[in-house]
Design a protein around this ligand. Sequence first.
Ligand code: ZN
Length: 251
Amino acid sequence: MTKIGITGDIHGNRTALRAVIKHGVGCDVWWCVGDLVGYGPDPNHCLEIIGSLGAFTVAGNHDLGSIGRISIESFNDDARTACEWTSGTLTQPNMDLLGKLPVKLSPAHDILLSHGGPVDPVWNYIFSSEEAGLNFISFKERLCFHGHSHVPMVFRTEKEGVNIGARADVEYIPPEWGVPVELREDSRYLINVGSVGQPRDNDPRACYVIFDPDEDMITFHRVEYSIEEVQERMAFAGLPERLIVRLAVGK
Ligand code: ZN
């Protein structure tokens, strides 16, 4: 009866992360699809919390940007400012930890974790069925849990559709909070688990997924937390105003 909590896009928001872990108290195992840092005021805390859970974790673009592993030139001004602040705030041991994270990993049989779509795990956004179709041909596992867009989404394709790529029949399954989605034996899935620390689907509550491998079901959850507390710490840290404001509206 294993239950796995899957988080992503935590973005240095320890209050949201703690609320999610408290909500998912029945989970035996935690996984993380990257972007532990960037935007938020608590990069070190978030790394320590995820480390204490022993979570299988992949690196996101903000994780790699904050340690100078990738260029942050394509980041917008606020994201770049926050990334530079994060670089100056991370401790050396935490920077080393980020440097060791892979960009893709398989934490269990037939399951892949990546930050963006696996076709380009650091940068690829999946918003449409067509983009999902292109990604389905880039990995072989049945389930891929990912993040990056901060918008929870599920795409399904039949196993036989794997070689058809963008022309594969891809079904979009809109997430419903607290309602289990039964995974079909004959299908493969791309599952964006949403964002813990900076949701962008017009719902500011923290988002995560519980995966029940015995029942072959996933459930999206939304969790309230004290956004004001985080906004205060962001202001104290001198992080950009627009980032502080967007937390409360979830976009
Ligand atoms: Zn992110």
